[in-house]
Write a protein that binds this ligand. Sequence first.
Ligand SMILES: Cc1ncc(COP(=O)(O)O)c(C=O)c1O
Length: 370
Amino acid sequence: MQFIDLAAQQKRIRGAIEAGFRKILDHGQYILGPEIGELENVLAAYTGAPYAVSVASGTDALLMPLMVEEVGPGDAVFTTTFTFIATAEVIQLLGATPVFVDIDPETFNIDPVQLEAAIRRVQAEKKLTPRGIIPVDLFGQPASYPSIQAIADRHGLFVLEDAAQSFGASQRGKRAGTLARIAATSFFPAKPLGCYGDGGMVFTDSKAMHEQLLSIRVHGQGADKYTNVRVGINGRMDSLQAAVLLAKMTVFPEEMALRQEVASRYDRLLAGAVKVPRILEENVSAWAQYSVLHPRRDEVIRKLRAEGIPTAIYYPIPLHLQQAFTHLGYGKSDFPVAEKVAGEIFSLPMHPYLPPRDQERIASIIAGCK
Ligand SMILES: Cc1ncc(COP(=O)(O)O)c(C=O)c1O
């Protein structure tokens, strides 16, 4: 059994991918070829975002808007401690300070009450300037944007949605990628919409942000490539990845519907045996992961592994306890909710083509772990 079955998906779209690759081999525009603009238009239309800029990875998609916002030394950017390192890494890379916040025990997303408290603490200390918030749509479920935006407005902060795991999700009818004025997503192969390498996209409603992102993507270029108006990065997505994503978008809406079915079936089969995910009424999850809690997680994982069923732990160590951030001075028990969840969480195989009989087998093994 596969944790994510990309081969089953490829079988459906192999012809379209090969046709896309052949076109690129013929025109030879490997960097910023016509597929790039085409993909940006398709994804802007899908999300409803006015502007979309394709980039080399989800990490660059987070880094580049922070560069536009001129985040740097002395600035504080608030984010969840329960996420992939990239979310906080980009803050640190620019010399600013990540300020971690605990999570909601039900959704595992940043807790708005704790967020407000953290902002007030930083303001009272007067050492750092609060600049922005990066909420993460963990496992595909959007964070609580209405509350977060109200907090951001009260304190004059920008919000950058980390939608790396939530492309295809929505909140109150709005698609992930548009839940804040700036959003970043990732096309790492295992993501709900993944390419065959690294890739990402920034979405924004701001024309000025869009223009600056285009410049930063190509080393801070001005009127042309050899006029540089700022320091940027090489943040371009290559045309071959765009061709893969264009082919995948032809089946993506159907795959999103299939993911809802797979998740609902797990919910039914696993209720009572583990703590199943809670999706808020206002949200539709993209189901990047189906993550459950069990107080004897390691035993359950061992039993599943013995039966050939793969699992993963996202995330075993919250960021405030990672060696990379020891200089920030956090310690054990600083964020008790995230620490408890990190000790009990694990993710089950999740993809649109997961057969119901496999889900039934997984559920019966877990049921035997009581
Ligand atoms: C929450 C989150 N943010 C950022 C990233 C970074 O994306 P990438 O691996 O495409 O750089 C990822 C995924 O890898 C992620 O899960």
